[in-house]
Design a binder for this molecule. Structure first.
Ligand SMILES: C[S@@+](CC[C@H](N)C(=O)[O-])C[C@H]1O[C@@H](n2cnc3c(N)ncnc32)[C@H](O)[C@@H]1O
Length: 288
């Protein structure tokens, strides 16, 4: 089942499709949901929409993305208008317009330009070059979300999260230092298999030993945690499991067939790991 939820912007790695299965592991009521690697915040949106929490902390260390979230929550009408202007201006020479907006974004980090780039680039995938500049190419088969639809999506997400969300642009470790046992932390770090190659998908690569140490500290403080980790595709695992000493149970969530495999005529199913702290396994399952 896919939740009929507005997606604020296309974002590769969005957990929108998996959200119902991840929410199944939530306690019935969550005092505050914390997403240190929020991206497009699919889990926070689903959790608030399902009435499971009314406080979320959205964090992403990609500062323009956090700035985009602040504008969605504080100023979605004006943001929609800026998007409309950027989107409409592409009609004559879409490739050139995309390149111009991308160059301007790399100078000023403006959130409206990021919104346009996410809507127009290949697979909604944020890619950076060695100088830390956004370098993803435009998708030549699509024009990107039409302004009216974008406006409606932003408005819905803003209405849902209004007064309920705090946004920061910190490193995830700084967020984890500020949580406690009454919070629920959902971590969706960049994938190992895609973040260590030469064309890093996200602006920062995953330092696995550091993540493991941060998780160990969190566990020692009794903070309930869910971690999406190790995308698997068919038989191929992208990286080693999280160590057993963390005491997290690994659940395999099916994310359906990958579109790439379907194109190639293979039937590989994408399975994603969700690591769950024991207190959520015991009393945490959604009842009914
Ligand atoms: C897999 S994506 C999260 C996708 C998200 N769950 C969604 O539904 O859209 C990982 C995110 O972590 C962010 N990130 C990478 N390194 C980070 C760090 N050290 N601290 C905080 N965020 C980081 C990236 O910018 C990216 O948006």
């Amino acid at each position: 089942m896919t939740l009929a939820l507005a997606q604020p912007f296309p974002y590769q790695g969005s957990k929108r499709r998996l959200a119902p299965r991840i929410l199944d592991r939530f306690p019935l009521a969550v005092e505050r949901l914390v997403e240190p690697f929020c991206g497009s915040a699919a889990i926070s949106i689903a959790a608030v929409a399902a009435g499971r929490t009314d406080r979320v902390w959205l964090n992403d260390s990609f500062a323009p993305l956090a700035a985009l979230w602040r504008r969605i929550l504080g100023d979605s009408g004006a943001l929609s208008e800026e998007y409309r202007v950027l989107w409409t201006a592409q009609s004559r020479d879409p490739d050139r317009h995309f390149a111009t907006v991308r160059a301007a974004f790399n100078r000023d980090g403006d959130p409206a330009k990021l919104l346009f780039l996410l809507a127009r680039c290949v697979k909604g995938a944020v890619r950076f070059n060695g100088r830390g500049e956004f370098n993803q190419a435009p998708d030549r088969r699509r024009a990107g979300t039409r302004p009216d639809r974008m406006g409606r999506n932003l408005e819905r997400v803003a209405a849902l999260l209004a007064g309920r969300a705090v946004v920061t642009a910190l490193d995830y470790a700084a967020v984890l230092a500020g949580v406690g046992p009454r919070d629920l932390v959902y971590l969706d770090p960049p994938y190992q298999g895609t973040s260590v190659d030469r064309d890093p998908r996200y602006h920062q690569q995953l330092d696995r030993p550091r993540l493991v140490e941060e998780l160990a500290r969190l566990r020692a403080r009794g903070v309930p945690v869910l971690v999406s980790f190790d995308g698997r595709h068919g038989e191929r695992a992208y990286g080693p499991d999280l160590p057993r000493r963390l005491g997290l149970a690994r659940l395999a969530l099916s994310a359906g067939r990958s579109s790439q495999a379907t194109l190639l005529g293979r039937a590989a199913e994408t399975v994603e790991s969700l690591y769950v702290s024991p207190e959520l396994l015991r009393g945490g399952r959604r009842r009914g």
